[in-house]
Design a protein around this ligand. Structure first.
Ligand code: NOJ
Length: 548
């Protein structure tokens, strides 16, 4: 007998970036009260779960990915009581809540790191993190040549309690984010307890930050080539990277999983930026993660052959370990796909787009991103959406330097502008202060004037709007249970420039470039091409869903 499908295998999970979703107290920073007030809008969108980027206590040096207390809410976002209220409301709406766990590093303000700074070299306190003596006559050189993902050295030298310069600590990200030592059992116990804290509170699971980075190669060998990216490898087949994707990380995966399995029906998704799907699939083997983000899919452009390949590789690669694939096009670390797809070539992940970079073709970005979404949401497996994409929200590509907050910007002295452009507060009402983000008009990052055109209230109930397109796709996806379906390519319905697949009684047909194609017969279930009639033709960069 087939085993019963689990909720996460087909779920559409919507990422809330708490700083920028809705601001209840009007201080310009989003918060839990604001989110709770706007949850109905997500129920009407038709998603199954929300994943929250971190709202834990944090000095906010990396927008909350620098956690100083994993078991409390930062006052910027509210209180644990506000969290419980939000969870209750979400549950009543049938929405599951997933929180972000950041186990690779803490904030330098975390009590454990502060204790390590005060303790002596080689003490148990220091052993919670990655402290090492420097090289050179007086330890003045970093222990190895690793660079931070955000730019600059991955090591910072401390002043010892006696006032003298002393050891160095490792930080794969900002200097305010010291890496934990995951060889230390005390670190593992600490995180067992953090997981249980949130599971006991009722969360449906976790998105695990930097899930490929916690284990470091013994001896911390120098890197041959520093790329400062989340995968670190230019050559997909090159030797193992000393801190991305080390084999020892799988023991940590299994440890997390064993805690989740103490509870019913919870799931975790790993942020594992591995260069190939084959490697990524190791993260979702039995006893490890339930899901991993399919970043290879995210990085695939709107191109018939490339999409066909990545879908096949995903279904085969994840299928080989018994896991469904996930699909994703946007998140808080990448250029929004409505903008990305308005370019022929985009800057590499994490670099962002600033005012000096050539600006995108907005119309093309809208057209292609809608098509790309309609292609993606028909696929079997889980799907991740990033707040605002349901509005077709573009990246803010002209943020002035004075507003920048991403550590990447500061660590590279502005050479890489970073990820702020995809993190701007989203627009709700076109004619309200801060486009309805709050009532005061304050906004921690400035919103571009164009966001007025994308505000939710300008799209609600408007035929052909991106918001209505998302609602329709999600509704049909659910009705036909496409998340649990099976993809079958349908070349008999495709032409040279188009791609077609079937899934649970729905034909998804995408026309990529060049000339229009004729439509197959059948009931039109959803279309990116507004006002399309069955007897008409499908233009380029358009997708239809037809009932078979
Ligand atoms: C990945 C997160 O998605 C990103 O926003 C963060 O800066 C790094 N991990 C470090 O935690």
């Amino acid at each position: 007998m087939p085993t019963e499908a689990k909720w996460w295998q087909s779920a559409v999970i919507y990422q809330i970036y708490p700083r920028s979703f809705a601001d209840g107290d009007g201080d310009g920073m989003g918060d839990l009260k604001g989110i709770t007030q706007r949850l109905d809008s997500l129920a009407s969108l038709g998603i199954d779960a929300v994943w929250f980027s971190p709202f834990f206590r944090s000095p906010q040096k990396d927008a909350g990915y620098d956690v100083s207390d994993y078991k409390d809410i930062d006052p910027l976002f509210g209180t644990l009581g506000d969290f419980d209220t939000m969870l209750e409301k979400a549950t009543s709406l049938g929405i599951r809540v997933i929180v972000d766990l950041v186990p690779n590093h803490s904030s330098d303000q975390h009590a454990l790191f502060q204790a390590a700074l005060k303790a002596a070299p080689n003490s148990p306190e220091r052993d919670m993190y990655m402290f090492r003596d420097g090289k050179g006559d007086s330890g003045e050189l970093a222990p190895n040549n690793w660079e931070s993902v955000f730019g600059g050295q991955a090591w910072t030298r401390i002043t010892e309690p006696n006032g003298e310069l002393g050891q160095w600590y490792l930080h794969i990200f900002d200097s305010s984010q010291p890496d934990f030592n995951w060889e230390n059992e005390a670190v593992k116990l600490e995180f067992d307890s953090v997981l249980r804290f949130w599971l006991d509170r009722g969360v449906a699971g976790f998105r695990i930050d930097v899930a490929h980075g916690m284990a470091k190669a013994p001896g911390l060998p120098d890197l041959k080539q520093n790329l400062s990216t989340m995968t670190g490898l230019e050559d997909k087949n090159s030797q193992a990277h000393p801190f991305w994707g080390q084999d020892a990380v799988h023991d940590i995966n299994r440890r997390f999983r064993s805690v989740l399995d103490e509870y019913d029906d919870r799931a975790m998704c790993g942020e594992a930026w591995l260069p190939t799907i084959e490697k990524m699939a190791k993260w979702v083997r039995p006893g490890e993660y339930h899901q991993t983000f399919n970043f290879n899919y995210l990085e695939t452009p709107w191109d018939k052959a490339k999409l066909e390949t990545v879908v096949n590789e995903s279904l085969i690669g994840f299928g080989a370990v018994g896991a469904p694939s996930t699909w994703v096009l946007s998140n808080h670390d990448v250029i929004r796909h409505a903008t990305r797809m308005g370019y022929d070539k985009v800057p590499k992940q994490g670099d962002g787009i600033g005012p000096n970079y050539p600006q995108p073709d907005e119309a093309k970005g809208q057209r292609v991103s809608r098509a790309a979404t309609a292609f993606m949401l028909g696929l079997p497996g889980g799907a991740y959406l990033y707040q605002g994409e349901e509005l077709g929200l573009p990246e803010h590509t002209t943020i002035e330097a004075k507003y920048r907050e991403d550590p990447t910007f500061f660590r590279t002295k502005g050479e890489r502008v970073g990820r702020d452009g995809c993190r701007v507060p989203i627009p709700w009402e076109a004619h309200e202060p801060a486009f309805g983000f709050n009532k005061t008009g304050e906004s921690w990052l400035p919103q571009p004037a164009s966001y007025q055109r994308y505000a939710r209230d300008t799209q609600e109930g408007i035929a052909g709007s991106t918001l209505e397109l998302y609602k329709r796709l999600l509704k049909v996806r659910k009705e036909f249970d496409m998340g649990n379906g099976e993809l079958i390519w349908a070349p008999e319905h495709a032409s040279e420039n188009s791609l077609a697949y079937k899934n649970n009684g729905v034909l998804v047909l995408a026309n990529f470039t060049g000339s229009a194609i004729s439509m197959p017969a059948g009931e039109l279930l959803a279309t990116t091409q507004h006002d399309l009639l069955v007897e008409e033709v499908l233009e380029h960069d358009q997708v239809v869903w037809i009932k078979l």
